[in-house]
Design a protein around this ligand. Structure first.
Ligand SMILES: CSC[C@@H](O)[C@@H](O)C(=O)COP(=O)(O)O
Length: 368
């Protein structure tokens, strides 16, 4: 999508044909900096330190990480080491393992001398596929926004979103934001309530930044505001992203998503989850019980970084020195609170039968 009027993706192959460029998301919204990844280790660190983040982008970065690894050592041992290095970079988004499994399935059967070229080709495909999938999500989600717009002609459609499931979290378009961008392009009046998303503030720092650059009207709200807005009819629908959807339709996403779903349920506000099919984990049958929840450093809770009035970036502590903190990065929203799953193959009911019917090839792959 656009940054200062110029089209950008979140990740790309550099002109040298082998190194990988990515927007350093730790620096946004204050600085637009491009990082260059030149090794598998670079890719693993970029994922772990959240230079790149968001489930689909984590997968795309891991795919390029495998390609970078194959330049260094394309032996069977090199392939194994690259897989093992990357797969542990973050635990919750299943797209990471999905992309690595795809890469390994392509690379393991072929001669090591052919692996580097094949790895770049497969990683490029994964990246292009992500963009295509998100276009499908955009088209399917647009119908939901259009239906609401038709019921209130001339009025604004208010969408609430949590965290950043925008183009920065994918390769382009985003998942939750894809229908919003398309509606905006089609001239539908949309306005987005952007949850700030403590502790890392992906909403305030990233979603607001990308919507702003693309000209989509939006308002950043403290995380606890959604319930109040819903009670007062100020939210027409919620659309969030996800890091992993279990076979039973349970949805894991950024911490706080569950509370938004509860508030939406209590107020009759439709609560949709947008996801690309690689985010479905058919091996997990109960999301609340079995999806691993990442716990991150307490520093993300105790400290905040921002720009001072005189332009400096400064980090300040906001918690008393001796208070313990907890930092669960994700939660799971039970399927019963989800109105529908917006996928590239349509808007599905959040249940086992609907997911299985829409993505039968993924079920058989999970059984292998
Ligand atoms: C299309 S991205 C969906 C999710 O990955 C997104 O909502 C999210 O929770 C991102 O978490 P993050 O910790 O920033 O990687």
């Amino acid at each position: 999508m656009k940054v200062d009027g110029k089209h950008f993706r979140s990740i790309w192959r550099e002109r040298d044909g082998w190194s990988v460029g990515a927007i350093d998301q730790r620096r946004l919204p204050h600085e637009f900096v491009v990082a260059r990844l030149t090794s598998c280790e670079d890719a693993a660190v970029a994922i772990r330190d959240m230079l790149v983040r968001g489930a689909p982008l984590i997968g795309a970065t891991a795919a390029y990480g495998m390609a970078l690894a194959m330049r260094e050592d394309a032996s069977d041992a090199g392939l194994k080491l690259a897989y093992e290095t990357l797969v542990v970079a973050r635990p919750t988004a299943i797209n990471l393992k999905w992309a690595l499994d795809e890469m390994r399935a392509t690379l393991a059967p072929i001669d090591p001398v052919e692996r580097a070229e094949a790895a770049y080709a497969r990683a490029d495909e994964i990246v292009e596929q992500d963009v295509e999938i998100n276009r499908g999500i955009a088209a399917n989600g647009l119908a939901l926004i259009e239906a609401i717009a038709a019921k209130k002609p001339g009025e604004v459609v208010n969408v609430l979103t949590h965290c950043n499931a925008g183009w920065l979290a994918t390769v382009d378009w985003g998942t939750a934001t894809a229908p919003i961008y398309l509606a905006h392009e089609r001239g539908i009046k949309v306005h987005v309530w952007v949850d700030e998303t403590r502790p890392r503030n992906q909403g305030a720092s990233l979603t607001a930044w990308e919507l702003g650059h693309h000209g989509v009207p939006h308002t950043v709200i403290p995380d606890n505001t959604g319930g109040h807005l819903m009670q007062h009819g100020m939210v027409d629908l919620a659309i969030v992203g996800t890091d992993r959807v279990a076979a039973n339709g349970d949805v894991c996403n950024k911490i706080g998503t569950y509370l938004k779903a509860l508030a939406a349920h209590d107020n009759g506000v439709p609560f949709y989850v947008a996801l690309p099919s690689p985010t479905i984990d058919f091996a997990v049958h109960d999301g609340i019980r079995d999806i691993p929840i990442e716990q991150r450093s307490g520093v993300e809770v105790t400290d905040m970084t921002g720009r001072t009035a005189d332009g400096r970036l400064e980090t300040v502590r906001i918690v008393p020195e001796n208070s313990p903190v907890a930092n669960y990065a994700f939660d799971v929203t039970p399927a019963r609170l989800v109105t529908g799953l917006i996928t590239e193959r349509g808007v599905l009911k959040p249940d086992r039968a609907s997911l299985a019917a829409a993505f039968p090839e993924r079920i058989s792959a999970a059984a292998e």
